[in-house]
Design a protein around this ligand. Structure first.
Ligand code: ADP
Ligand code: MG
Length: 698
């Protein structure tokens, strides 16, 4: 079976070159092994046959055995349908097809016995099953054995006669060929520890479960395996990094830190900030390079943690830098840091794309000579011309805006890699963080500073515009400012920009006594900056925008966030946008405006927003509702992990278990050199060979 697994799918009876092409394109299946790893997404219990007389109005899916009495077509155009009268001797029901009519008529005939499976609906005095699964009685052994698998298929696959049933048939044919055991991917010690069933048994049962219990065991084994190898890979890289990469030792808490902490810090740190500072200090003093992800909801006070960490670098005679994704943010950080530091003796520089040449020419030699302690900036920081004399700590704010390569650039600035602190306001659920950043240590600020009023979130339908305008006017009269955000979605840009522009005209008209500004991605950078500046300074009262409103922008006087077409935004995005308000002392509001027609899922999304302001709860809910594939930040970070069977939202326990076992294996055999672990090593190489060595660069 070893090389049989690699054998092309075309060797399977029934798969010609055309079907093979579709399988490859649509489902990435080209070998026997690929097919076996194409798992069902659900199962239906088909252990029982019902009788037509037993059918009642609220049955989910039923299975019947009987014969077709007659075929008849009815309707015209889109309503054209094929109706078959079907009986099992106890009564008659109708089977209906809207598509594939000629195929059905050709394939099935009256008088022969069939097995029918589908959802009955009451229609007049009879029951109807639309597009039932239908199989000749001879195939009962294959289809009606109990739990029947259902496979995801695309439209293109269906058009090539590769529907779920066809995939099932292919699996059946392939598994019947399988006379040997499949190669085991887990090592014997892991199997012993975990008591998992063998790979062969798992694969057989995932496609054709012998029983519900066997199916559970098969699912567990395959989920475990998937997560185990990811963890094994990540933990191995992490331990490599810890051994090989020596870090600067920040052993002193000195004058800069202490002076600031005792004399300049205007408030008490929150407990969460204190805990995170302890974690960071321990890391930077340990002798190995820190690689830490700092998560904290918007407004949780990450900037202050960054500043305290940078002061520690100074106390140990190193420089520190802080990189933000946009000029506005870099400017804002610079102002914040300067305000915090007051007249303290710390030399801070701001370096961005718009730093004037004359200023740059002064700054660069000063940075290189070690005459500057802290450099705050944008991408400009990673240009080759920027050289530090001794960069000990690099802080990256809002990490998901930076590409991996850009981060790697920063490390090139030293022979020893500086300590790295990546800050993000996108709350990443623990399970996802463990999977994506398993080699990063994670700190979480889980409390907001005291005295914040949570943003009040309301959901309003878009036929209530008058009331909305009246409310906004009331807030603006109180001296507040308002954001109005429109969606901008790939594929509908043209219409989206038009909506924004139309909205802008309406607002200018309705709020003619005030100044209304607009920013969007099609404007020049300088124009955008100018519009933002006008809003920050309070010259404009209402800012209308696409989602370009910068992550992290802080305008404490803005107290209302209106999100138009809120149904078109993802949860994380809504939460990020809401985070733009609620930064001052006043009560803030987030108003989600949507149309009346909403899908159940969308309604749930908006309800969650109304119910909670906790970013972690929202992120977990997002993961549940959308699946991890769409999760903000995974795709953007270029590290889409494509899980075949495990689910990060619901399999957290298996993930933790897999991680523990992986750690145990590595504790015994750090580089998997024991003969016992050869299969693990080979499998990792096969799985992850194409990936960049993440441990090194982030
Ligand atoms: P983040 O970057 O995490 O979104 P910021 O660092 O911008 O949040 O902090 C938000 C606001 O909270 C800032 O005005 C900051 O000065 C303030 N702040 C931070 N820590 C505390 C604290 N411990 N007590 C009171 N206010 C705080
Ligand atoms: Mg911030």
């Amino acid at each position: 079976m070893l090389n049989l697994g690699k054998r092309s799918i075309t060797y399977l009876t029934g798969v010609g070159s055309k079907k093979a092409e579709v399988l490859k394109k649509e489902a990435d299946i080209s070998s026997f092994e690929d097919l076996l790893n194409y798992f069902p997404y659900k199962y239906m219990d088909r252990s029982r046959f019902y009788k037509v007389v037993e059918i009642n109005g609220n049955m989910p899916y039923i299975q019947l055995k009987g014969r077709i009495l007659s075929f008849e077509t009815a309707g015209e155009g889109r309503a054209k349908r094929l109706i078959a009268r079907f009986t099992d001797g106890t009564g008659v029901i109708e089977l209906v097809w809207f598509q594939g009519i000629s195929y059905v008529k050709e394939k099935f005939s009256t008088g022969k016995e069939y097995i029918i499976f589908g959802k009955p609906t009451e229609f007049g005095r009879t029951y109807t099953i639309v597009h039932p699964d239908i199989d000749p009685i001879e195939q009962a052994g294959q289809v009606a054995g109990g739990l029947t698998p259902y496979y995801n298929t695309t439209e293109k696959m269906k058009k090539s006669f590769l529907n779920s049933r066809a995939i099932q048939n292919l699996q059946y044919a392939l598994l019947s060929l399988l006379k040997w055991e499949l190669p085991e991917t887990l090592s014997s010690d892991v199997l012993e520890k975990t008591k998992l069933i063998s790979r062969t048994e798992a694969i057989k049962n995932i496609h054709f479960p012998e029983s519900a219990d066997k199916l559970k065991k098969a699912q567990f084994r395959l989920k475990f395996e998937e997560l185990f190898f990811i963890q094994l890979n990540i933990l191995q890289m992490a331990s490599y990094r810890k051994q090989k990469l020596k870090g600067f030792v920040f052993s002193t808490v000195g004058e800069a830190f202490n002076t600031f902490y005792k004399e300049y810090l205007p408030f008490e740190l929150t407990d969460a900030q204190k805990r995170v500072m302890r974690e960071i200090r321990a890391d930077m003093g340990s002798g190995r390079q820190m690689n830490r992800l700092l998560q904290g909801d918007v407004g949780s006070g990450k900037t202050l943690v960054a500043l305290l960490s940078m002061l520690l670098a100074i106390d140990n005679n190193y420089q520190a830098c802080m990189m933000a994704p946009t000029e506005i943010l870099a400017n804002q950080h610079y102002v914040t840091v300067m305000n915090f530091l007051g007249d303290m003796n710390v030399r801070v520089a701001l370096l961005t794309g718009s730093t004037k040449k004359k200023e740059r020419n002064k700054l660069l030699p000063a940075i290189a000579a070690g005459e500057i302690d802290l450099v705050i900036g944008t991408h400009a920081l990673i240009e080759d011309t920027v050289l530090f004399s001794s960069l000990g700590l690099a802080i990256i704010d809002e990490q998901h805006r930076f590409g991996v390569e850009q981060r790697a650039q920063l490390w090139k600035k030293n022979t020893t890699i500086p300590h790295v602190l990546v800050m993000t306001a996108t709350p990443i659920p623990r399970t996802l963080a463990m999977t994506l950043y398993g080699d990063l240590d994670v700190s979480v600020i889980d409390r907001l500073p005291p005295g914040r009023k949570p943003v009040l979130t309301l959901h309003r339908y878009d036929n209530k515009k008058k009331e909305l305008y009246a409310f906004l006017r009331k807030e603006i009269r109180l001296g507040r400012q308002v954001y109005v955000v429109y969606p901008l979605i790939e594929g509908s840009e043209k219409l989206d920009y038009k909506n924004l522009e139309d909205g802008f005209e309406v607002f200018k008209d309705v709020f003619s006594e005030y100044t209304v500004g607009m920013v969007h991605g099609r404007m020049k950078a300088t124009e955008k900056e100018e519009e933002m500046r006008k809003f920050i300074s309070g010259e404009t009262q209402i800012l209308m925008a696409t989602t370009v409103i910068e992550v992290g922008v802080n305008v404490p006087n803005a107290s209302v966030m209106v999100i138009e077409s809120a149904e078109r935004f993802g949860l994380s995005q809504l939460h990020q946008l809401r985070g733009r308000v609620g930064r001052g002392a006043e009560q803030s509001y987030c108003i989600l405006v949507s149309s009346f027609k909403l899908s159940n899922e969308t309604r749930k999304r908006l309800e969650i927003m109304v119910q909670t302001t906790n970013g972690f709860e929202i992120a977990e809910a997002d993961l549940r509702l959308r699946g991890h594939g769409d999760f903000d930040g995974t795709r953007q970070s270029g590290m889409g992990i494509d899980l075949k069977i495990a689910n990060l939202a619901s399999d957290a326990q298996i993930l933790q278990y897999a991680r523990d076992i992986a750690q145990q294996v590595l504790d015994e055999d750090p580089i998997l050199s024991l003969p016992l672990h050869q299969s693990l090593k080979e499998h990792i190489q096969q799985l992850f060979s194409w990936k960049i060595n993440w441990g090194m660069i982030s």
